[in-house]
Ligand binder design. Sequence first.
Ligand code: PMP
Length: 441
Amino acid sequence: MQVKFSGKIQDGSTPLAWERQGLNGICKAFLHKKYKKCSTCASVFGKMCNFVRLFKRKVKVKGIIKYKGKSKKGKRACINLRGTKSACQSENLKSAIYSMDIQRLLRPNIRRLQPYACARDEFKGEASVFLDANENPYNAPYNRYPDPLQTRLKERIAEVKGVPAANIFLGNGSDEPIDLLYRAFCEPGTDNVAAIEPTYGMYRVCADVNDVEYRPVLLGEGFALSADALLAAADGHTKLAWLCSPNNPTGNSLDPAEVERVLRRFPGITVVDEAYIDFAAGEGFLPRLAEFPRLVVLQTFSKAWGGAAIRLGMAFASEEIVQVLNKIKYPYNVNLLTQRQALRMLEQPGRTRQWVDALLEERARLLAALAAVPCIRRVHPTDANFVLVQVADADAVYRYLTGQGIIVRNRNRVSLCQGGLRITVGTPEEDDALLAALRAW
Ligand code: PMP
């Protein structure tokens, strides 16, 4: 494989020196000081560093085969590097380097994996007699296996979300891609992940199931993300960074500038879980998917779409990450009933918008009313369809509400949430029942 780099020379070295010192010399010559330690910066030179590192370790570099231009500080020069083995088919430098990034991050067994080919994968086209999948010919339409790649559904979601279908993975709730990301990238007993704390509990559960070390990083004042704190918790074995915005259970959105900092600096996969994004003012990171090849955005049909029962989660990512998730998922992970129902729901996006509007209005009313309830010490600001409140004795209030037939989520034992109850925004009648009970406490 041959890759061409061109850019400004940062020191006074000559092509002769590059040849003598090999790739280290080239790196020194082309990389600005600030990029030297960074294997993932967005510059071409950061990518070049990656390429050099990767090829050095994995496929032996033959070296410089050609260079031109004068080696004077500040002058532009161009070099061609050639690896002994083709690591990537792509002609495009950027995607070649990105693609190596993802391949480098994968567990070796997943990189090598030959996926299961189901009957419906092998035949594409029109036919009238299907005797390939050992199905029952009776009881249509439930007798047939569903589309394993949910093509129609993805096309429709692509329209609604403004993201190409090739960048969409669908799973049995968002919990499925959460687990698959561990299985794809984290070597049990060796790799680790970093996550904001507190946050959605399944990131930790899936880490434990997969025997992957989980590194929680406490949020700061106002439950704010500090990119530096998260990055400081990462090391060479950190494969995933878990961010959730708006965050569960705190309700706040993370500062997009800090999220972007993680995306630019963290060399692994950054997951931004946007399960509650429809209730937030910001548009989240989906419109910026193409900018970040190692970004995974999670969304779900369980919240704004009102479809928790059908179990449909969406992971948006680079084509290469989507292909990896498709390769390791169960063949028919989204059943026919779910695919059909989701298509029906997608025919009525206006209905979803109305629900969201009504819930936002109700959220404002509920927040104001909660702030005036004597037993409530604090109502945290929220961008989600729930609110975290603080009371003196959360266990006691929780038990009392349960006795009244009203169930909220007790977050008393969650980091930074002592005394915390998480309350979902319901209908005005449901919320009135909650408010009346709390006032009577
Ligand atoms: N992410 C977050 C942040 C959540 O709070 C939840 C559910 N409570 C999920 C994901 C799971 O969503 P799904 O129903 O799609 O599995």
